[in-house]
Design a protein around this ligand. Structure first.
Ligand code: UDX
Length: 439
């Protein structure tokens, strides 16, 4: 069964959503008030990097099922399901979620909403947002409107796979009709074995932040273990491998290093902490506060290691490998590597950043970002691996050793083979890896 759909908000989530809906055979109008973004997408160019998505975008534009517009068109009256995919960033100087884009887009949509249409929220929101949108739409249109929530769990870098073969689909529905529509929409996926869980909207709104906070807790747990391992001369990598083989623990999200970044985990932990505090769950709020604190401490630990190698960093050249918050994306939001770069820059180091896909951006004040590794590494006094891009695993310590000024390296992501680099004359310090003292 195919639906007429609209996708409102063409950021990372909305663009992926629009392309995937077209791929599933639905007709899609993608809407964003940013004209340049709409023009770019209409000509087949993505505004971010995501493996495989640009090709699928081109294919879907040619299919005639997908188009993008910069204002709300009359045809929206014919649409069956409107996907709300606008951004829900943190408010400035606070951990509260800024819902203004949700409110603005719902208000604009109300003028074109048919009474039978379903408005489906996809953005990550605080509890009660679906109810708020439902009230707003009912007031604006003068009739009862269907609003459901359907949190997305896709990760940057694997967005297509995560959308077409998700581990689970969660639908938050407060009425039977919405549930029926969503079960029809997802039938191709549920027929292929994907579990679908239907629940009330409030529970569905919590699933996403609770899941992301749990993932963040796992990362911070292993990073907390890493601080102990560092000081007692143990190896976190070996420790995590041993822990992860217990299926109750599991090996995923147990890689220690510079910690989590991106547009979701840091924001969701902070937002959930705020909700926990408001709900009176202060012990849980402190747990989440510790998760964020441990995460930030990894940047400080990296700077400490840098000062161990070079006590006076001012005027020294530091090459940071990796600007994106993780591999296979050009997203630099809350990138721990860039925080290290900025901190080093502040204390007078000459910082150059390499990244295979991130382009030079004004927000990186004063930092040079280049995809030319030779340029970034040339005459460096210190190299820091900040993102686990697979290409850094392949680096040849002998070749690199000829380019740098001093063979000092900090591995912030457990990427390199330490003995191999040491054999090539490098002094290596790695986050989470203490130096065992034998004897
Ligand atoms: C996350 C969730 O995984 C996804 O389900 C949700 O829909 C959106 O938020 P994403 O932000 O793309 O996805 O990043 P993710 O793959 O979760 O990684 C987050 C951060 O944790 C990265 O900075 C990564 O480097 C770090 N990380 C991850 C670790 O430091 N160690 C690990 O073991 C795993």
């Amino acid at each position: 069964m195919s639906f007429k759909t609209s996708v409102i908000g063409l950021g990372y989530l909305g663009t992926t959503q629009a392309v995937i809906l077209a791929k599933m055979g639905h007709s899609v109008i993608g809407i964003d008030t940013d004209k340049a973004k709409v023009e770019s997408l209409s000509s087949g160019k993505l505004t971010f990097f995501e493996p495989g998505l640009a090709e699928m975008l081109g294919e879907m534009l040619s299919s005639g099922r997908l188009r993008f517009v910069a204002s709300y068109p009359e045809e929206l009256r014919e649409v069956d399901i409107h996907f709300l995919c606008v951004g829900t960033p943190r408010e400035e100087n606070s951990d509260e979620v800024d819902l203004s884009a949700i409110i603005d887009s719902a208000t604009a949509l109300a003028k074109f909403l048919s009474p039978d249409a379903l408005v489906l929220g996809r953005s990550t929101v605080p509890v009660g947002t679906a109810e708020k949108v439902r009230r707003l739409l009912s007031e604006e249109t003068g009739s009862k409107q269907k609003v459901a929530w359907n949190p997305e769990f896709l990760s940057e870098g694997t967005a297509i796979r995560d959308s077409l073969k998700p581990e689970r689909i969660v639908i938050g529905v407060d009425d039977k009709e919405s549930e029926t529509i969503l079960r029809q929409l997802y039938k191709p996926l549920t027929d292929s074995g994907v579990p679908l869980l239907a629940m009330d909207t409030r529970t569905s709104e919590l699933v996403k932040v609770a899941s992301n906070s749990f993932l963040a807790t796992k990362v911070s747990f292993i990073n907390g273990v890493a601080s102990v391992a560092e000081s007692v001369g143990a190896s976190t990598t070996l420790l995590a491998e041993a822990m992860g083989l217990d299926p109750r623990i599991g090996s995923q999200f147990l890689r220690n290093g510079l910690g989590f970044g991106g547009g979701c985990l840091p924001k969701d932990v902070a937002g959930f902490q705020m909700q926990a505090q408001k709900a009176g769950a202060s012990e849980f709020a402190s747990l989440l506060q510790s998760v964020s604190n441990i995460n930030r401490s990894r940047v400080q630990q990296t700077l400490k290691l840098a000062e161990t190698l070079i006590p006076e960093l001012s005027g020294k050249s530091v090459a940071i490998l990796g600007a994106s918050f993780k591999p296979n994306t050009d997203d630099t939001r809350e990138s721990p590597g860039l925080t290290v770069a900025r901190e080093l820059f502040k204390i007078g180091a000459l910082v150059a950043v390499h990244d295979p896909v991130v382009k030079l951006d004004n927000s990186l004040e004063g930092l040079v970002v280049s995809s030319e590794l030779d340029l970034v590494i040339k005459e460096a006094d210190l190299v820091i691996i900040a993102t686990d891009w697979p290409t850094y695993k392949e680096l040849d310590p002998f070749v690199l050793g000829k380019t740098v000024r001093s063979k000092y390296l900090i591995d912030g992501r457990g990427v390199i083979d330490i003995p191999g680099w040491q054999a090539a004359g490098w002094t290596v310090l790695a986050l989470g890896e203490g130096t065992p003292s034998h004897g």
